[in-house]
Design a protein around this ligand. Structure first.
Ligand code: ADP
Ligand code: MG
Length: 496
């Protein structure tokens, strides 16, 4: 027998509370309707849009065995009839089944009550059900919305927790500032890079972040934060209180800013290591090249020396000795180029008159040039082109360029050399009318060991460039295949 109905208790029961499980709630709804209708059993079905059918969600307590279906199609004859009339009673001998759709004004039929009784339902029970249909529908609707909201919130909380776990373990420092410049999120790495220890109140003003920084760093870091808070991203570097280089990227975000801090120490260390490895590889390559280059001349030296030991006449011996001297000179040049490449340039600066220096080189090389059939066109400004530099390294550089020019004109030709004043300092130009270079050749020009010559080292231009850079000068090469090549060097300095 159904208990006497207390309508208040039904209303109270229908109001969903978020601590209840959804299944419990649906059973409570089914039980309340069982009481309202004085039914033997009441089932609650909820409309599922995906399948356009009502799915069983809860059942009232029951005595005896009942059979029920798990889902009822939205197009079921009884459902359609019930929708038209408010409810429908299916009377069979000894058994009446009541179908009662629950609708809300906005969403239509969101649920279906199916109640069963061994005798027809009383008119009073139907009247009560009519009164409660809408309240039940809205309560169900609320419950649905609230559970959805709760699960969304739970998912968000979950995500925030995951984010936080990632933040905590990140080696990058991350700080999020709100629109008022207060710290909303941060991780230990960030505080560590800023030299801050101990816990801090959350939402403290950003000014507390810079309290430990040395003055220059404070200025840089604060500048980045202010820039980002004003909507402009800024990256810069500063020094942490314990002397580490730190890169800060201040990114405007949602009216506030996100600061990403990276300890550059490990990266710089890696770069240094990489440079060292590269250098070692170059030296290895160089050693192999030296051995290779030394073998041929050594063979001729040995040959010539053997001839000298067996030669009695002085004239012949002198000829062999000349071969020895020539080969030794070649080897010396080779060794010098390798050594220049391997050693860093240390400029011992003194006043150098570049015009005089070039004239000396030309005078020294005169026999060599003449023998190669080279005519020299030399031009210099009236004033003395004085720069601060290392005369030995500078002479070597000029000699290297002259040698390249000569080697580019195997049939002889004109070598044009000039020293003039330029807005940036003193300009030295060495031009030939030789074979020139292709684009491809030009692109490899300063690659160590790049050579197109049978006995070249491919280090000459690298060494010239090193010398020019050590003098804080600049250098450029223009060349056209079949026309010739012009090398221009500009050194900071003046004329007097
Ligand atoms: P090397 O003279 O030992 O080959 P360099 O570094 O002096 O090494 O020159 C590298 C290469 O650049 C040369 O082999 C040559 O192909 C090209 N090159 C340099 N100077 C000239 C030039 N004046 N004319 C044409 N090619 C040149
Ligand atoms: Mg050369």
């Amino acid at each position: 027998m159904a208990e006497p109905l207390h309508e208040d208790s039904v209303i109270r029961a229908l109001a969903w509370n978020p601590h209840q499980s959804q299944d419990d709630y649906y059973s409570i709804v089914a039980n309340s309707w069982k009481q309202l209708l004085a039914a033997d059993i009441t089932l609650l079905y909820l409309f599922a849009e995906e399948t356009s059918s009502f799915l069983l969600a809860g059942a009232s307590d029951r005595e005896g065995g009942f059979e029920w279906v798990r889902s009822i199609r939205g197009t079921d004859e009884r459902v359609l009839q019930a929708a038209l009339r408010g409810f429908v009673e299916d009377q069979q001998p000894g058994r009446t089944v009541l179908y009662w759709p629950l609708s809300t004004p906005g969403a239509g039929a969101i649920a279906l009550i199916v109640a069963e009784k061994s005798e027809p339902f009383a008119a009073a029970a139907i009247a009560k059900a009519r009164r409660y249909a809408q309240t039940t529908a809205s309560s169900l609707q609320h419950a649905r919305m609230l559970t959805r909201l709760a699960s969304t919130l739970a998912a968000e909380r979950d995500q925030a927790q995951r984010m936080n776990a990632i933040l905590q373990t990140l080696t990058l420092g991350v700080i999020a500032l709100d629109a008022h410049g207060r710290v909303r999120e941060s991780n230990p790495a960030a505080y560590e890079l800023l030299g801050l220890t101990g816990t801090r109140r959350s939402r403290h003003p950003w000014e507390q972040l810079v309290s430990e920084l040395p003055p220059r760093s404070l200025e840089t870091f604060s500048g980045c934060i202010l820039s980002a808070l004003n909507g402009v991203r800024r990256r810069d570097e500063f020094t942490s209180p314990d002397g580490r280089p730190v890169c800060v990227d201040a990114i405007p975000f949602a009216g506030g800013a996100i600061l990403v801090l990276e300890d550059l120490g490990p990266r710089l260390e890696q770069e240094r290591e990489l440079a060292r490895v590269k250098r070692l590889a170059e030296i290895g390559q160089m050693t192999a090249a030296i051995a290779h280059e030394l073998r041929n001349p050594l063979t001729s030296i040995r040959g010539a020396a053997q001839m000298i030991t067996s030669e009695r006449r002085l004239k012949k011996a002198r000829e062999w000795a000349e071969v020895v001297l020539e080969e030794v000179a070649d080897l010396e040049r080779l060794c010098n180029e390798f050594l220049d490449f391997a050693r860093p340039v240390e400029v011992a600066p003194e006043e150098v008159n570049l015009a005089e220096l070039i004239e000396e080189v030309l005078a020294h090389d005169e026999p060599y040039l003449r023998q190669a059939g080279i005519r020299v066109s030399y031009r210099r400004g009236k004033r003395k082109p004085i720069i601060m530099g290392d005369p030995v390294r500078l002479s070597q550089a000029v000699r290297n360029l002259i040698r390249n020019a000569v080697e580019a004109m195997p049939e002889g030709g004109c070598l044009t050399v000039s020293v003039t004043k330029s807005p940036k300092g003193v300009r030295v130009r060495i031009a030939d009318e030789g074979e020139g270079m292709t684009e491809e050749q030009l692109s490899h020009l300063f690659t160590p060991f790049y050579t197109t010559k049978a006995n070249g080292t491919g280090l000459g231009l690298c060494n010239v460039k090193k010398t020019v850079e050590a003098h804080r000068g600049s250098m450029s090469v223009e060349s056209r295949r079949g026309k010739g090549t012009t090398v221009t060097m500009i050194f900071p300095g003046g004329t007097t």
